[in-house]
Ligand binder design. Structure first.
Ligand code: FAD
Ligand code: NAP
Length: 340
C-alpha cells in the first residue's frame, strides 16, 4: 500500500515554485500503487492531479484533492528490426535522461528534444516539441489506465490525435486516462533534422554530412542554456503561451502594418506567428509586475523569482494576453494547465 501523505506542500514539485498544499500526496512506483491511489481517491471523493515533473502546470491555489506523483521506472527494448528499435518507457522516467540513454545506446530521433524538463508520461499530453521535431515523429504507442473503468488501453499514434502542442488527452479524453508507459520507435542510423536556423547556425563549423546526433543534442542543450532560465535558479514553466496559428488573410493584414513580424507558413491557408515576438513588441520583455516577470531573453517565458503565488503569474499572463490582443488582434492561448 503506498503512503498517502496528508496536507502535503507541493512547492518543490512544480517548477514555478508556487507555494501550495495538496490535501493528499502519493508517490506511485508501480501499476499496483496506481490502482490503489485511484481507489483511495474514489473512496475519499478527491479530485486527482496526475503529476510528473510539474514543469507544465500553474497552481492557482492549494489543490483540494490527491496529487498522484508518477515515479514508475523502466526502459525496455521490446522490439528490433534492421532499421529501428522500439523502447517501452515507464511514465515516471525523466525525459532528458531518456534522451541521454538513447544516444548512449546508439538509438536516434530524440536529439532535438534534448533538455526538455519533465517526465516521459507527460510527453504525449502536449506532444512535446522543439527544434522542428515533435514526440509524434518518434511515437509508436502508449498504455494508459482508464480512471473510471480501471481498464488498461493502448493508444496508437493516430488515436492520440497529436497536434501542435496538443493531443486527445488535452481535448475529448481530458482527465480520463493516466499514461503508464510510452513506446518510442527510434532509428539505428540517425536522420538528422537541422531545419531550425538557430540549430544550423550552432553547427555551422561542421560539414553537414559529418554532423552527429550527439553534436545536435549538445548544440540544442547549449542554445537552450543560453536563452532559457533554468527552473532551479529562476522558477518557470518554459513557454507560457502557444505560438498562435492564424488565417493567411489576417496575417497579410498584420504584415502590412508590421513588416518585420516573425512568421512561419503552416500550409496554404495558415501561418504561425512567434508569440515571443508579439509579446516583445507589445512592450513586455523584461517587465516585472507584483514580483513576477516576463523573461528578458525570451518574452514567451514568465518567471517567478520570488516563488510567489500562482494567481500573480496568472494576472500577469492575463495582462500580456490583453495587450497582445489589443495591439495585434491575436488571442494568445496558454500552454501550461492551471489547477485547481
Ligand atoms: P507536469 O507538469 O507534471 O504535467 C503536465 C500535464 O500533464 C498535467 O495536466 C498532468 O496532469 C499531465 N500528466 C503528467 N503526467 C501524466 C501521466 N502519466 N498521465 C496522464 N497525465 C499526465 N515543452 C515542450 O513541448 N517543448 C519544449 O521545448 C519545452 N521546454 C521547456 C523548457 C523549460 C525550461 C520548462 C520549464 C518547460 C518546458 N516545456 C517544454 C514544457 C514541459 O517541460 C513539457 O510540457 C513536459 O512534457 C511536462 O512534463 P512534466 O512531467 O513536468 O508534466
Ligand atoms: P526560436 O528558435 O527563437 O524561434 C522562435 C519561434 O519561431 C519558435 O517558437 C518556433 O516555433 C518558431 N520557429 C523558429 N524556426 C522555425 C522554423 N524553421 N520553422 C517553424 N517554426 C520555427 O525559439 P526558442 O524560444 O529558442 O525555442 C526553440 C525551440 O524549443 C522551439 O521549437 C520551441 O518550441 C521549443 N521550446 C519550447 C518550450 C515550451 O515550454 N513549450 C520552451 C522552450 C523552448 P515552435 O515553438 O513551433 O517550434
Amino acid at each position: 500500500m503506498p503512503l498517502f501523505l496528508p496536507h502535503f506542500n507541493i512547492q518543490k514539485f512544480n517548477t514555478l515554485a508556487v507555494p501550495a498544499v495538496a490535501n493528499y500526496f502519493v508517490s506511485v512506483q508501480s501499476d499496483e500503487d496506481l490502482r490503489e491511489a485511484i481507489a483511495f481517491a474514489k473512496a475519499e471523493q478527491l479530485p486527482l492531479l496526475v503529476l510528473g515533473g510539474g514543469s507544465n502546470i500553474v497552481l492557482r491555489s492549494d489543490f483540494p484533492g490527491l496529487v498522484l506523483h508518477m515515479k514508475t521506472r523502466g526502459i525496455d527494448l521490446v522490439e528490433e528490426s534492421d532499421e529501428f528499435v522500439w523502447l517501452k518507457v515507464a511514465a515516471g522516467e525523466n525525459w532528458h535522461e531518456l534522451v541521454e540513454y538513447s544516444l548512449d545506446n546508439g538509438f536516434y530521433g530524440l536529439e532535438n528534444l534534448s533538455l526538455i524538463p519533465g517526465s516521459v508520461g507527460a510527453a504525449p499530453i502536449q506532444n512535446i516539441g522543439a527544434y522542428g521535431v515533435e514526440l509524434k515523429d518518434v511515437f509508436a504507442e502508449l498504455s494508459a489506465l482508464n480512471i473510471q473503468s480501471g481498464l488498461m488501453v493502448t493508444f496508437t499514434n493516430e488515436s492520440c490525435q497529436f497536434g501542435y502542442r496538443d493531443s486527445i488527452f488535452k481535448q475529448s479524453l481530458k482527465d480520463q486516462y493516466i499514461i503508464t508507459s510510452v513506446t518510442l520507435k527510434l532509428r539505428k542510423v540517425p536522420e538528422l533534422n537541422l531545419e531550425y536556423p538557430a540549430l544550423r547556425a550552432a553547427l555551422i563549423d561542421i560539414p553537414e554530412g559529418e554532423i552527429t546526433a550527439e553534436q545536435v543534442s549538445a548544440a540544442v542543450i547549449a542554445i537552450r542554456q543560453s536563452k532559457l532560465p533554468d527552473p532551479v535558479q529562476i522558477p518557470n514553466v518554459g513557454s507560457f503561451f502557444k505560438n498562435p496559428i492564424i488565417p493567411i488573410g489576417q496575417f497579410e493584414h498584420l504584415k502590412s502594418s508590421y513588416p518585420t513580424i516573425v512568421s512561419y507558413p503552416i500550409d496554404a491557408q495558415q501561418v504561425k506567428l512567434a508569440a515571443g515576438w508579439l509579446i516583445d513588441q507589445a512592450g513586455w520583455r523584461g517587465r516585472e509586475v507584483n514580483g513576477v516577470k516576463v523573461h528578458q531573453d525570451q518574452a514567451l517565458v514568465l518567471t517567478n523569482p520570488g516563488k510567489l503565488e500562482g494567481k500573480l503569474i496568472l494576472q500577469l499572463a492575463d495582462s500580456v494576453v490583453a495587450s497582445v490582443q489589443e495591439k495585434f488582434g491575436v488571442v494568445l492561448e496558454m500552454e501550461p494547465r492551471v489547477y485547481p
